[in-house]
Design a protein around this ligand. Sequence first.
Ligand SMILES: [Cu+2]
Length: 187
Amino acid sequence: MNHKMIVHNSHYVVKGTVIALAAVLGMGVASANPVGNSYKVATMPQVKSMLKQDSGKVSGNTVIYTGKKVHVVVAAVLPGFPFPSYEIHDVKNPTLKIPAGATVDVTFINTNKGFGHSFDITQKAPPYAVMPVINPIVAGTGFSPVPEEGKFGYADFTWQAKAGTYYYVCQIPGHAATGMFGKIEVE
Ligand SMILES: [Cu+2]
């Protein structure tokens, strides 16, 4: 209980900072990191059908995507997975391999009742601090709303993937520091 309250208090502090930063840096940052304004709501049956639309193929701890247009569908902390983590095709925090130049449609769904999360892409490598100052974010969702019973927030964004090594991270304080991140290899 205490942990949850601390996370939520910190969440609002960081959220205010992000909004102030976005205001200073202009609309480019605001649209790349919309701070939860663009989330829609799905039920668990809808979430399960959305997860099946991921276009990658699992190979061990890696999900391999092919083609000029790929669709990454990622959940935060599906039932049965350890907190805090991401899942794609039921693989925890997989490495994503994406062709350089691909148009990447990302759908991020927070299925973790009671906790906010984000799915943001950066070239900043781990380790991450408890209060992660992750800058710059190249694309992402910003903070999700906190899911209530049977209602899960999801957000979509499109990323034009250039060659390089990236990481997807959760910017809620403490989450990336305790393992809520994964690698993206674009080549
Ligand atoms: Cu998180």
